[in-house]
Ligand binder design. Structure first.
Ligand SMILES: NC(=O)c1ccc[n+]([C@@H]2O[C@H](COP(=O)([O-])OP(=O)(O)OC[C@H]3O[C@@H](n4cnc5c(N)ncnc54)[C@H](OP(=O)(O)O)[C@@H]3O)[C@@H](O)[C@H]2O)c1
Length: 236
């Protein structure tokens, strides 16, 4: 049993974020999710926010603080892809992906750090990807944004580590969600061949690792990149 905390998961209305929120609820925490549309799982507080907009993040935190107390655990999960080969990648394809995946994490963590510094406690978990350190053809924008999270988490660790705040990165491999469902069948089969586990992961498997990093037992883990990828990214 871990200490019950106030948790915020961005992008908790579907996919991995939904599973992360479900796991935190199951472990007895007070859980809020941000969503642009839809709702988080049962037992969560859903607040509307867009991670590209600092004012909407600020408003979401104010609502959460009033209803559940200061955010002690923040999971920056919201993310997008806009894949394409470099020669065809537009300026907007690049900047919008970096602004959502990396800029979004910056905005959410910056806002969360206020309360964490005051409490001298905090758990920051950033959802990266195996692609961040492994690379992926057609994913220069996405990989750059996800690799950026590693430098971000490690700088946070150095800056905030002495105040009881940890910052870690979880790097999922391929997971069955809307994001991977759009990949052509042949490409999915090809990817599965290169995964030592021989299958995609489930969102619940990512959620378990994240909940553990946020729990009491992981107090001395910070600046780490934890792969949850069936062995796909070994050594990267
Ligand atoms: N699926 C995989 O194989 C895989 C592998 C490695 C890493 N990841 C990472 O895991 C995270 C979740 O992925 P997923 O597979 O669950 O994706 P998903 O099913 O496409 O869900 C993405 C989530 O992010 C939210 N989001 C996107 N842009 C946002 C914005 N500007 N403001 C607020 N929320 C925003 C979406 O909200 P809306 O519903 O409003 O669009 C949705 O809740 C992402 O960071 C992704 O890069 C996924």
């Amino acid at each position: 049993m871990t200490t019950p905390r106030t948790v915020l998961v961005t992008g908790g209305n579907r996919g991995i974020g939904f599973a992360i929120a479900e796991e935190f609820v199951a472990q007895g925490h007070r859980v809020a999710v941000t969503a642009r549309t839809g709702q988080g799982p049962e037992g969560t507080l859903t607040v509307v926010a867009d991670v590209t907009d600092a004012a909407s993040i600020d408003a979401a935190f104010t609502t959460i603080e009033a209803q559940l107390g200061p955010v002690e655990v923040v999971v920056a999960n919201a993310g997008i892809t806009k894949d394409g080969l470099l020669m065809r990648m537009t300026e907007d394809d690049f900047t919008s992906v970096v602004d959502t995946n990396l800029g979004g994490a910056f905005r959410v963590v910056k806002r969360a750090s206020k309360g964490m510094l005051k409490a001298r406690f905090g758990r920051i978990v950033l959802v990266s990807s195996v692609v961040g350190l492994y690379g992926g053809p057609g994913q220069a924008n996405y990989a750059a944004s996800k690799a950026g999270l590693v430098g971000f988490a490690r700088s946070l660790t150095r800056e905030l580590g002495a105040r009881g705040i940890t910052a870690n990165v979880v790097a999922p491999g391929f997971v069955e969600t809307d994001m991977t469902a759009v990949l052509p069948e042949a490409q999915q089969a090809e990817y599965k061949k290169s995964i030592p586990a021989g299958r995609y992961g489930t969102a619940a498997e990512i959620a378990k690792a994240i909940a553990w990093l946020a729990g009491d037992d992981a107090a001395y883990i910070s600046g780490a990149v934890i792969p949850v990828d069936g062995g796909l990214g070994m050594g990267h």
